[in-house]
Design a protein around this ligand. Structure first.
Ligand SMILES: N[C@@H](CCC(=O)N[C@@H](CS)C(=O)NCC(=O)O)C(=O)O
Length: 216
């Protein structure tokens, strides 16, 4: 496995984002799977405030991650996953329909799953004082559970054990999302197919590195 790629001064790719960011870890895991060399810069609170002009010039959202490839700059982690897959020719099927299903799950991860856990994770994992309303935490957990049950039902019917045809960038985005579910401090429902999926992804060396118990 071509790890240690962070040392490469000659690497063209730079990933800007702290390793504690789930969205940044999507790119680190993907680049490792694909054998792409990269450098990483720590950005994101509390390490380095991304709302400074230097960073906002790269990403007007003031969020991590950002990818630089020479003069080319890209933000939105799932769009960056697609870019890395196309650069490397890995983890994105060539067939139009198979590729569309990968895009479907990438869009679902960012538009449905991630917003559902938002409040609960800020309150219970990040311990943010402004996210401590118990009613809103319960509502967030309920929405998150509904989405995770949808994923569990899909995985239970999957022939390959992955969300689309074979292991793909969608499994990286979803694997880190499942990891967050597994690390949540409160008891959550057991989802058998999700549990098996998580073990399958943890068996990948690059996945195990990015899904550490100390890094939800
Ligand atoms: N939809 C964006 C979300 C980016 C985002 O919300 N990033 C968070 C960290 S995961 C962030 O930058 N938070 C502010 C900070 O870290 O300072 C993506 O997928 O890239």
């Amino acid at each position: 496995l071509p790890l240690g790629v962070e040392k490469g001064l000659k690497a063209m790719l730079t990933i800007l984002g702290r390793e504690t960011s789930l969205n940044a870890r999507k790119l680190l895991w993907a680049a490792d799977e694909m054998g792409l060399a990269y450098q990483r810069e720590d950005w994101g609170l509390p390490l380095r405030d991304p709302s400074v002009p230097e960073f906002l010039a790269l990403n007007p959202n003031g969020t991590v991650p950002v990818l630089r490839d020479g003069d080319f700059v890209l933000w939105e982690s799932n769009a960056i996953l697609v870019y890395l897959a196309e650069l490397s020719g890995r983890l994105l099927p060539k067939d139009t329909k198979a590729r569309a299903l990968v895009h479907q799950w990438l869009s679902w991860q960012v538009s449905e799953l991630n917003p559902a856990w938002g409040y609960a994770v800020m309150g219970k994992i990040r311990h943010r004082p402004d996210f401590q309303d118990e009613v809103l935490i319960a509502q967030s957990i309920a929405r998150w559970t509904t989405q995770m049950q949808l994923l569990d039902t899909h995985l239970a019917q999957s022939a390959t054990g992955f969300v689309a045809e074979d292991f793909s960038i969608a499994d990286i985005a979803l694997g880190l999302s499942v990891h967050r579910w597994m690390c949540f401090p409160d008891a959550l429902p057991t989802l058998a197919a999700v549990d098996a999926y998580y073990q399958r992804l943890l068996a990948r060396p690059a996945g195990a590195i990015r899904m550490g118990r100390d890094n939800p």
